[in-house]
Structures are given as structure tokens and as C-alpha cells.
Design a protein around this ligand. Sequence first.
Ligand SMILES: *Cc1c(COP(=O)(O)O)cnc(C)c1O
Length: 491
Amino acid sequence: MEYFSTRGGDKVSAAVAIQEGLAPDGGLYVPERFPAYPIEGIGEKSYVEIAAGIFALYLRQFSPEQIAEAVAGAYLPHFPEDVAPCVSVGDMHILELWHGPTAAFKDMALQALPRLMKLAGACCGNDKELVVLTATSGDTGKAALEGFKDVPGVKIIVFYPKDGVSATQELQMRTTGGQNTYVIGVEGNFDDCQSGVKALFADAELNVLLSMNDKQFTSANSINWGRLLPQIVYYYYGYRQLYRAGRIELGDPIDIAVPTGNFGNILAAWYAKKMGLPVHRLLCASNENDVLTKVLETGVYNSCRPLLKTTSPSMDILVSSNFERFLFDISGNDATLVNKWFRELQETGQFSLEPHILSAVQKAMSGGKADSAQAAVTIKRVYEQYGYLLDPHTAVGYTVAEEYLQAHSRQYPLLLASTANPYKFSQAVLSALDRPIDQVAETDMPQLLEDYTHVPIPESLRQIAFLPIRHNRFCAKNEMRDTVKHILDLA
Ligand SMILES: *Cc1c(COP(=O)(O)O)cnc(C)c1O
């Protein structure tokens, strides 16, 4: 199985795609085809077995034993036995993807990615030091830091928007241990961080300098194929759970709703469907930054608008990188069209889909939006009705999914991807529950929320209050390059 770039460059192996992250032509690597993974017998398979089966289809360069070891190392020590539990709340089947070490769904991929990179390095005979450059809107950063912490031959540098993440997220990152971890608060928003990181990847002079020093950039963002692949697995696993709970017969179609930011999570659901998972419809849920809702409705992708701060910061994104992979697929792998769209996006901040592309997009996926106020109402209602606590991101998905279920008379069972534990966003959750918090320090809020709801704080989050701050770097958005050079000791 080889991989090509959405911008039309040469094919590469899986190992190269995973090591490079972004293709040299600025495109994203995609597999040349999507092999079938049948659902027969899925009820008897464990998470790790499903993961090993799916990984093997895409990573033929690695032996089954290597894959089995990587998968077991990723999921057995750091997750409960039921890696991603499915909880039914009313008509909604909530797939909890946040039982890993950092309490967000990013762990599902970022515990696996370092292991895949290690295999890829061995396979290419590449002994350069890997420098993982990451832009984060909050959750990727910590999950990547935990995944790559103290991995030999790797340094990890994380840029986050200084005033764009929750207090818990910031504490999680700034208390990270490890001798190879660097965390920098940028004076700007997530798009500034992401475009800054993209510019560093594309910086020819810097890359030569790195190479002369036996180093190489790579990405832990969902532009890396090694991040997307592990995410396909849990949609199969969610289906298995619905089947085992007697909610569906094997082969029955389901709908899947995903609170979306960079479009990685929902793209993985689309790929699962292409591989044979019986999915009727995908629902892409956005917050106030509803660029994706608009493009799914009108065919116009317009990023020329202010980025709004919401209670779901991991979805505060105007340029959703993985949408490019989706469009590449929908257009029948038309790199010329993809180049045209993304050149226009770069030059003018927007592009329009041709009518036949738009209708194919709309056949594949629906979009919906819920703002922070609506998400808050949902958090309160679901808590009062079911005693179940949603985080603000999942609440956006829940709101959009509920509207969809009502409009479609609950035709198919709906699986909702739950992307974070509510304690990562205690302030927003407490406000949604109408708790008075004016006088409360943000760092005391998780305890307050636990006292009120008796839903336990995850252990990893409870601990951060007692850890020393280890990272104190900040920079302006035009200083990211110098910061990286300084950290890597490049002249
Ligand atoms: C990253 C993240 C999202 C968005 O996922 P994408 O794959 O970027 O679309 C949604 N919710 C939470 C909590 C996240 O951390």
C-alpha cells in the first residue's frame, strides 16, 4: 500500500508518509485505496484486535508482530480494558473517547503515533532526530506531549494560543515532565499557531539547517496519516458495542455525529464507511466558527471571517486541514482541482466547490451548528434529565445530533463521538449548570464541579493541581521560527 499527496506528488511508502507528516508539495498523504475491513465476527474482537487488523491493512511494510506490539503498547497500559465505552443516554449512543492519559480523544491516536513513527524510522533506516512540531488548540498538545515524552531520538515542541485554551488545558501542558518536551504560549489564536507551524515545515532554509544537524521535522497534528489511521478503529469498535448491547443487528446502518474542528475525527469515520462499516450518514457538528456548516450547505469555503472564542476551543478553527483529504476523495482523487481550491484559499481566503462536487459532498455528509449558549442549555438539560455530564464540545455534537434525530424521526441509531472529559472544561460546564463561579479561581473549579455533581474527576486531571510548572516560554506569532532555532540550538 502506497500513499499519494492530495496535491499530486510522487507516491511514497507508509513509513515515509508517517515520518514526514506533510507532503513536500504542501499536500496531505492519503492511501492509494481503502481496503475492506469486514464486520463479520466483530462482536468477538477486542479493541486491540480490531486495531491490529485495520493497521495491518495500511502498513504492509511492518510485520504483524510489530503491529501487534505497537497496538498493545498504545492501548493496554494507558486505557481501561473497555478502551472506548459506549454509554446510551436517551436515544443517543455516546462513544466515550477520552479514557486515555490526558482525558481527550486525541490520546486514541497519540498513544499509537510515536510507536508507528519508531517502526517507520527503523524501516527507512532513518536515524535523524525527529522534531515533532505541533500547533494545538488545547487537547492535541498535551496528548502529543504524553505520547512522545522521553521517546528516544525525538524532541517535541508544542505551540498553543496563550489565551485560547482552558486553565486545565494550559496547566496540563505546562506541568509536562520529560527531558525532550517544549511548550510555548503564542500571543495569537490557534490559526496563528497552525499557520506558523505550517510555515516552519515549508521553510526550505530551516529544513536544510536541520538536515545539516541530523534533525528532521515531523508532525503530530492530524495532517499525519499515523494520527488518522488509529481513529478509524474506534468507529468499528463503537459499532461492535451497539451490536453487543443488542441495539443493532450486524449489518444495520447507523448514523455518526462528530463535533468537528480540524476535520480529522469525522474524516476517520468517513474512511471507516469506505472500508465497509455500515454508516448511513455522517453529521459534522460545528460551533459558532461554522465554516464547515456553511461549505456543506452552500459549497463556499470562506475563512475570511473573525475567529470567535467559544466554550469549545478545540473546535475554534477556520481552516480545517483534513477537509482537503475529504475533497480529494470526493473529487475522485483530482489533485488538479485540489490544487486550484487550496491555491484560491491561500490567495483569497475562500474557494467555491463546483456544483457536481457539492452534490457529492452533500450526499456524504450533513452539517449543523450549535453555539455556546445552545451547548450550555444541552449540558444542563442532559445532566438534569439523565445525570450525565457532557463537555462543551460533545454538547455541540449532542445538540446538532438531537435536532437531526428529530427531523428524521429517529430512523437509525446514532453514535455520537464524545471528545473530551467534562473536567477539562470545568468553567464552561459549571456556568452551564448555573453554578455561581465569579469568585472562584479557575484552578479550583474541577473540585467545585465534582462536589456538585459527584461525577469523579479523572485521576490524571486531579494530579495536575499538585505538579510544578515546568514550562515558561512565550513568544509573539512572528517569533516562532526563532524560538524553534533557539530550542534546537541551530545557529
Ligand atoms: C480536537 C478536538 C475536537 C476536534 O476534532 P478534529 O479531529 O480536529 O475535528 C473536538 N473536540 C475536542 C475535545 C477536541 O480535542
